[in-house]
Design a protein around this ligand. Structure first.
Ligand SMILES: Cc1cc2nc3c(=O)[nH]c(=O)nc-3n(C[C@H](O)[C@H](O)[C@H](O)COP(=O)(O)OP(=O)(O)OC[C@H]3O[C@@H](n4cnc5c(N)ncnc54)[C@H](O)[C@@H]3O)c2cc1C
Length: 310
């Protein structure tokens, strides 16, 4: 018979660990499904003359949470969840990638996001050595330096807004036109004297020595240029890991799970927290707080269901 838990948490990052910690504290029968414990918290970032920077606030807390959860958890399933579906009695069935199924009264989804990659030479090599996917994490390190922002949509405009007061100059590369909510506002930002706009230019490779030193671009007419840069912000967007619950919960236009202030989704009994949701912003301390809220909400839900069942 398929084992039924009070609550199952998907994902062992900051949000999932915080949710699991509360559900364990509540003495519920909890399972955590995740290949790892810790999620995305180790990001060494260095620049020329700036040795490895600890830009992740709360990483120590995540490690402490991981230890606490590992010590209290009887069911850490080292797998991923392929699919979640609702059963007739209102509980959930989770189909794991390995083929097993488990059931749960409540589910907390904390599966995070992936950054959209550039897929050019030098990208992997210079990640963390001048190349960043997260302006809010790394922009302050580039004060007084030359940087490139690659993108075109809202995420790259948000990166420009925080980089303009910091960087000495910004090359903004938009290979193909992207939709933005407020074109007039974007045009005003792009006309800033310290911003050069390259529309229709594609990045061919990121170049450097020990650190990023520039990017090679090719234009529509085949013209090739090298721009000197100390930093490259790849700001195409984030891809939420939502495949397990697609079709079951409401998503926004970027695929983030829509939640209310209690981390409840559009499906009763299914909660979500951290980067995979609509909540601003993708940062470790935010995810820990959101995960704690989702854990508390799931606890409340399980308690209410138990009372109803008598
Ligand atoms: C390049 C980069 C740099 C960053 N730098 C910083 C920084 O300097 N400071 C900072 O505060 N934040 C930084 N962040 C953001 C920070 O890493 C995230 O905000 C935080 O880790 C989000 O926590 P989370 O628990 O929501 O998701 P994650 O940490 O992404 O954890 C997701 C978890 O879900 C698991 N998972 C995924 N799919 C499934 C599935 N189907 N079933 C089960 N488990 C699944 C994963 O294995 C993982 O355990 C950075 C992010 C990126 C991408």
């Amino acid at each position: 018979m398929t084992e039924r838990f009070d609550a199952v948490v998907l994902g062992g990052g900051p949000a999932g660990l915080a949710a699991a910690a509360y559900l364990l504290y509540a003495r519920l029968n909890v399972a955590l499904v995740s290949p790892d414990l810790g999620g995305k918290v180790t990001y060494p970032f260095a620049l020329r003359d700036v040795p490895n920077q600890d830009t992740v606030w709360g990483a120590g807390l995540v490690h402490e949470l991981a230890q606490r959860v590992a010590a209290g958890l009887q069911h850490h399933v080292r797998d991923t969840v392929e699919h979640v579906q609702r059963l007739d009695d209102g509980a959930f069935q989770l189909v794991l990638t390995g083929g097993d199924t488990i059931e749960s009264t409540a589910v907390v989804v904390c599966t995070g996001v992936r950054a959209q990659r550039l897929f050019v030479a030098g990208e992997a090599e210079y990640w963390g050595k001048g190349l960043s996917y997260s302006a809010i994490s790394h922009a302050p390190l580039f004060a007084g330096r030359n940087v490139a922002v690659l993108g075109g949509g809202e995420r790259s405009i948000a990166a420009l807004q925080i980089l303009i007061p910091l960087a000495s100059h910004i090359d903004y590369i938009e290979a193909r036109p992207q939709p933005v909510a407020d074109r007039a506002q974007v045009d005003a930002i792009l006309s800033h004297p310290r911003v050069s706009v390259f529309r229709g230019w594609e990045v061919q490779q990121v170049v450097g020595d020990e650190f990023v030193t520039g990017i090679d671009l090719v234009g529509i007419n085949g013209e090739v240029r090298t721009l000197p840069e100390e930093g490259v912000f790849v700001q195409f967007g984030l891809l939420p890991n939502n495949s397990a619950v697609r079709g079951l919960v409401e998503l926004d236009h970027n695929g983030h799970i829509v939640i209310d202030e209690n981390c409840a989704t559009s499906t009763p009994g299914l909660f979500a927290a951290g980067d995979v949701t609509i909540v601003y912003a993708e940062q470790v301390p935010v995810s820990i707080g959101e995960g704690a809220k989702a854990g508390l909400s799931a606890w409340q839900y399980v308690a209410a269901q138990a009372l109803k069942a008598g």
